[in-house]
Design a protein around this ligand. Sequence first.
Ligand SMILES: Nc1ncnc2c1ncn2[C@@H]1O[C@H](COP(=O)(O)OP(=O)(O)O)[C@@H](O)[C@H]1O
Ligand SMILES: O=P(O)(O)O[C@H]1O[C@H](CO)[C@@H](O[C@H]2O[C@H](CO)[C@@H](O)[C@H](O)[C@H]2O)[C@H](O)[C@H]1O
Length: 469
Amino acid sequence: MSEAAGRPAAPAHPTAAAADNPSGLLASLEPHLREWLPRQRWFAGKGRPVTGFTLDSATPLLPGSALLHLLVRAHQPPADDDGPGDRYQLIIGTAELLPQHLAPAAIGTITRGPLAGRTAYEALQDPRQASVLLERLRIPGALGALSFHRGPHGEVPRGLAPRPLQAEQSNSSVVYGDRLIAKFFRRVVAGTNPDLELPLALARAGCDRVPAPVAWFETRTGDMAQTTTLGVLQPFLKGAADGWDLALKHLTNEQDFAGEARQLGRATAEVHTALARALPTVTYSRAQLEQLAGTMIRRLESTAQQVPALLPLVPGLRSAFTALHDLAADGRVRHAQRVHGDLHLGQCLREANGTWRLIDFEGEPSRPLAERRMPHPPHRDIAGMLRSFDYAARSARPWNAAWADSCRSAYCAGYAEVTGDDPRTDPVLLRAYETDKAVYEALYEARHRPDWLPVPLAALTRLAQETPR
Ligand SMILES: Nc1ncnc2c1ncn2[C@@H]1O[C@H](COP(=O)(O)OP(=O)(O)O)[C@@H](O)[C@H]1O
Ligand SMILES: O=P(O)(O)O[C@H]1O[C@H](CO)[C@@H](O[C@H]2O[C@H](CO)[C@@H](O)[C@H](O)[C@H]2O)[C@H](O)[C@H]1O
């Protein structure tokens, strides 16, 4: 017998042992997760307690390291009584002694199993652990339930210093060396995320208004027969100003923003034109317009049940959608195409040279993926931006209606300069999309930022009083 064969095997890292027994691991984390998960901004099931979890997959991200990738389903009856519960991506580190600077990232101390005594924490907040993820994204290949991919655009240099973004987000992002930014989707739905699909299609079409994905990773576990996107790495636009911050700065200084709004209109139009070239478009039939109106009416009614302040506005708002339904008879041909789906000032970044770029093509995160991937008339995104100028103007004191009006009209004019098609020439369609967006915002704010609810409510009050043309 050789010396090596007789030597006892080195003990596996306790995290690796825990990954060998995933259910035991989840059971030991469960009490902490129940309390921690609902506190996260990206948690989608706000207002309903989490009663338990099911583990879909557990993957150690580095052999022998204390870094685990988990996909878990959170159960929240009664809403998901007959469903599987929302699925979340968690990237968890464990440490015997959590350093002071990571205290806010703590999830809880594990009390049983091979990790007993260690503290579980949110690993994206830990630069050492976030570096492991970059290294994984650098090298394509399979790892447990995960697979890592590289695209044809851009490089992934080694050893870039990670910095987690502290912004209030629907997902979680880490900036690497001010060169790349990785977004980790939190609520994971089966299928390709449009935030990978559309930027890849745009890059292939040669449109540089959107940062091209450099690498991404996916899974195919549990009931997710389809390839499911978990994260995307793209170039970081260093020094770029966020459109929302910039708009607020202009408002505070009583500065006109119409010039920027016009450029934003041009940028949106270029992206729409490229998307229409790169991906299939359809002609919206009369039946589809009627169906769209029906969907918007149902959304209004269900939102009013959840946001009672909307109830008195329902009849007026419904008129925007019945007008859309009746519009179907006007015989005008309307095209539908893939769109951004949740366009607002915060999704627009202005580089130092004045070029506007668009990010975050995920669509409205609470809508089902199949719905988010459906083609729409471009008016949908345009309406999103018009709402955003109104949001900015209403969050400034005093409310600056003239500022919003000049931005809204400059934006549409900029759009028309590129496409030759002014969105204002289809006012019923535009009003319906704007109303639908404001209804979505009312629910979003009620769930996530109740203090902001008056902003969409004020717009809905105005929209409810507008007479359909
Ligand atoms: N390519 C990028 N370059 C610079 N900053 C970016 C880039 N992508 C995202 N960001 C910053 O990260 C924030 C969150 O990104 P976003 O894609 O909107 O995430 P989420 O889906 O979580 O809302 C943005 O508001 C922006 O400030
Ligand atoms: O950027 P996300 O994908 O997380 O989008 C969600 O959050 C947005 C707020 O951060 C929300 O946007 C709403 O508020 C903005 C101001 O903060 C405003 O500019 C937008 O017009 C308004 O819709 C977005 O709706 C939501 O999906």
